[in-house]
Write a protein that binds this ligand. Structure first.
Ligand SMILES: *Cc1c(COP(=O)(O)O)cnc(C)c1O
Length: 383
């Protein structure tokens, strides 16, 4: 390779070369669990056992590494396996500062298993730098964890500022960049030490793979500890899931740019709809955090937004009940648009308002999405 490749090109080729054996342009699927040892008992071809050395992981891992600008990417069986591996690479007694608004299953794990295991967890608003500064315990705080934009209120945290705070306190910054994707934000270039994705969402993009990734800025001892969690606990994807992920990554830029453009159109129109009390979207100029988003997100503000429906919980649920094109389902980042009443999924401890509907914008014609949603909002208001 002579000329540097732009990110769109890296993604389109998924870091693969034609198969030297057959000339196949698309990488083969490797199902073998084990690899032959040399006569002198070495592993001259670099592979031993598929939990650690699966060649089907290589294309997706190398693509992500290129897109995020990292020195290594690990694939996990899910976004949760990826995220928890980062915390499990810490030691009992360590203190972590995490966002109060974040992916709910990770919040549940942090208040449950992680706390029992001995991590001390402070939940703060990571968009509020003073609150983060006050929560840091120099010497004991080892990690700041920020999701940005954060599910499902899409709060934006300032990655560069958080990295400075973390480093001054002797801690690392990990960013859950699932909603932003490397198309829009590259946390490592802003100073973050680790970037984590639920690859089940935009990276794969077709709602047919559960997987997660961790990419590191440096191959240091903390990275080695995360890798040890991955290999020893074995929370790795199957070969076919990893293969599907490299296929999904090839269209990442087209999908995310289209989804971001449609989400902005919908956010603007929904802001003017009489049945909507508020639209939460980092691309709207009056959204708190818009300025930071405009600085650290390039080429769009993502495909995720939420609306608060006038009339509260019942009106919100009635709206979701009336859509015909949007699918009523959890998850996000697929090519098909999803609508979800979030509070009822998260349960009674959820900080999410009862009147909130989360929208994951797909790649359908935006006018079809708008007509369906506006009709449902109107019908729910009249009912
Ligand atoms: C879905 C999600 C996760 C968890 O990922 P899984 O692949 O479902 O385990 C973590 N963070 C964010 C922001 C998510 O949306």
């Amino acid at each position: 390779m002579s000329n540097p490749r732009r990110p769109e090109t890296v993604a389109a080729h998924a870091a693969s070369h034609p198969d030297p054996l057959t000339g196949a342009v698309i990488p083969p699927l490797h199902l073998s669990t084990t690899y032959e040892r040399d006569e002198d008992l070495g592993y001259g071809r670099g592979r031993c056992y598929a939990r650690a050395d699966n060649p089907s992981f290589d294309a997706a891992a190398a693509t992500l590494d290129g897109l995020e600008g990292g020195t290594g990417t690990l694939l996990f069986a899910s976004g949760m396996a990826a995220a928890t591996a980062v915390f499990q690479a810490l030691a009992p007694g360590d203190h972590v500062v995490v966002g109060r608004v974040m992916y709910w299953a990770l919040r549940a794990w942090l208040t449950g298993a992680a706390s029992r295991w001995g991590l001390t967890v402070s939940f703060v608003d990571t968009a509020d730098l003073d609150a983060v500064r006050a929560a840091l315990r120099p010497g004991q705080t080892k990690l700041i964890w920020a999701e940005t934009p954060a599910n499902p209120l899409w709060t934006v945290s300032d990655i560069a500022a958080l990295a400075e705070l973390a480093h001054a306190a002797g801690a690392r910054l990990a960013v859950d960049s699932t909603a932003a994707t490397p198309v829009l934000t590259r946390p490592l270039s802003l100073g973050a030490d680790l970037v984590v994705h639920s690859a089940s969402k935009y990276l794969n993009g077709h709602s047919d793979v559960i997987a997660g990734t961790v990419t590191a800025a440096r191959a240091d001892e903390f990275w080695a500890a995360i890798k040890a969690v991955q290999v020893q606990q074995g929370g790795v994807p199957g070969a076919f899931e990893a293969w599907l992920l490299q296929r999904g990554l090839r269209t990442l830029f087209l999908r995310v740019r289209a989804q971001s453009a449609s989400a902005l159109t919908l956010a603007e129109r929904l802001s003017a709809h009489p049945a909507v009390a508020a639209v939460l979207y980092p691309g709207l100029p009056d959204f708190p955090g818009h300025e930071i988003a405009a600085r650290q997100m390039n080429g769009g503000f993502g495909g995720m937004l939420s609306i608060r429906v006038k009339g509260g919980r019942e009106r919100a649920i009635a709206t979701a009940a009336r859509v015909e094109l949007w699918r009523r389902a959890t998850s996000l980042g697929g090519v098909e648009s999803l609508i979800e009443h979030r509070a009822s999924i998260e349960g009674p401890t959820s900080p999410v308002p009862d009147d909130l509907l989360r929208l994951s914008v797909g790649i359908e014609a935006v006018e079809d999405l708008w007509t369906d949603l506006a009709t449902a909002l109107d019908a729910a208001t009249l009912a």
